[in-house]
Each structure stands twice: as C-alpha cells, then as structure tokens.
Design a protein around this ligand. Structure first.
Ligand code: ZN
Length: 230
C-alpha cells in the first residue's frame, strides 16, 4: 500500500464474521474527529455497482498516492460495509437485516413493509451498523456519501448536502432528489442528518452498469468533491 494511504484490513467484522476493511488518507489521523469525507459502498450486498464505484475511486486515490500527490481533503473509504450480503448476493447481512434500516434514529421502527427491509430486532443491533455509527460519532465526517444501485438518482438528506448533490447530479446526468420516494426509517441518511446534522448523499447507480461506466459517469463529481486535479 502506498504510504499516502492507510489500510486497516480488520476494521470491523460482519455478522457472518467476515472482515470489513477501511482505507483512509495518511494525512488523516483516525480518532481525531477532524471532519473527513466518508465514502461507503456495499451497504446492500446485492448492489455491486455501488461497490465498483467506490473501488474505482480508491484506485484513483492509489494512482495519486503513487505519484506522491497529497490529498487536499482527508477521506475515509469503506468499499463494502456488508460483505455477508455481497458474498451471498443478498441485500441484507447474514442475519437477514437490512443495514440501511438498522441505524439508531428517532424514526426507527421494528415493522417493515416487506421482508427485505427487515430493520433488525432493535436499532443498531448489527455489528456493521455499530461499527459505522461509532466511526461517524468519532470522526464527525463533513459529508457522507454512500453508493447503491437501483433507479438512477442522487438523493440528499440535509440542506448542507445540496450543493455537492447538485454538482454530482449535473455532472452525472442523474436526477437530484431530496427523497427516495418512500419513507426510510433507520437509514444512514436519517442517522447522519437527524441525529448528527451531517449531510448525507446516496448515489443510486443504474443497475447493470459496469465499473468503467460508473467511473466515467462519476469521476468529475468525485474530483470536485475531493479537490483532485483530473
Ligand atoms: Zn441500496
């Protein structure tokens, strides 16, 4: 690993006991709470397009690090929060919980409108969610971006996310939305904004997009977000 990037291979463990790696820019000291940008893929294990997008960004960071470029903006990157779901091609973790309904928010509810949205037995019951909530509370990110795949869109939670979300929308051609169209109690967006006033952007990549295609679409937006020279 390039010295400008730190890899923590065993940052957390999933419910199914799979290691979850975390990367961060070396200029950022983990635990310092100095507002890095947090990028996450694979909250839903059956949405590989979001993981590819985050991996493509990591590859760009690795290129920059190899050329000894320093990062203007500190960042933390988790390519796949839900390795259980990714290895079994499921939305949920190995306990059948939708991590994006398991966050401890004021609107968390034990009832789900369908099995696939199972919020878990109680808020923050899952090891993946626990690790991420702790990370967010310690590092206090300035912005959280999580990458999914479904119907193309850029969904933002919190007015402070609007300018970044607008740029990501314009540069990708994907529609800007302040709502996914249905309630998402216990979601990461609700946790970031309602609990901690941290703006959150959810990128919904087109289902079936290739890694090359997704990077092509979002690189301009990401370059601006991290102040990277293309
Ligand atoms: Zn998703």
């Amino acid at each position: 690993m390039e010295e400008n990037i730190i890899l923590i291979k065993k940052w957390a463990k999933s419910a199914g006991k799979i290691d979850i790696p975390l990367y961060h820019s070396a200029d950022y000291k983990l635990g310092s709470g100095k507002n890095p940008t947090l990028i996450i893929g694979g909250v839903h294990g059956d949405e590989p397009e979001g993981i590819w997008l985050v991996e493509a960004l990591l590859e760009k960071f690795e290129d920059l690090a190899q050329n000894n470029e320093h990062f203007k903006r500190p960042w933390i990157l988790i390519p796949c929060l839900n390795p259980d779901g990714y290895t079994s091609r499921n939305r949920t973790n190995s306990k059948g919980v939708d991590l994006n309904r398991n966050f401890p928010t004021p609107d968390w509810t034990p009832t789900a409108k369908a099995e696939r949205y199972n919020p878990g037995p109680q808020p923050n019951s899952e090891p993946e969610t626990q690790a991420l909530t702790k990370l967010i509370e310690t590092e206090k990110p300035r912005l959280i971006v999580h990458c999914h795949s479904w119907k193309p869109g850029i969904i933002y939670t919190g007015s402070e996310a609007l300018s970044h979300a607008t740029f990501l929308s314009k540069s990708s051609g994907y529609p800007l939305q302040d709502d996914i169209g249905y309630p998402t109690p216990g979601s990461l967006g609700q946790f970031g904004w309602l609990v901690h006033k941290i703006p959150v952007i959810c990128i919904e990549e087109r289902e079936g997009a290739t890694k090359e295609e997704t990077w092509e679409r979002f690189q301009k937006g990401f370059f601006k977000l991290f102040e990277i020279r293309p």
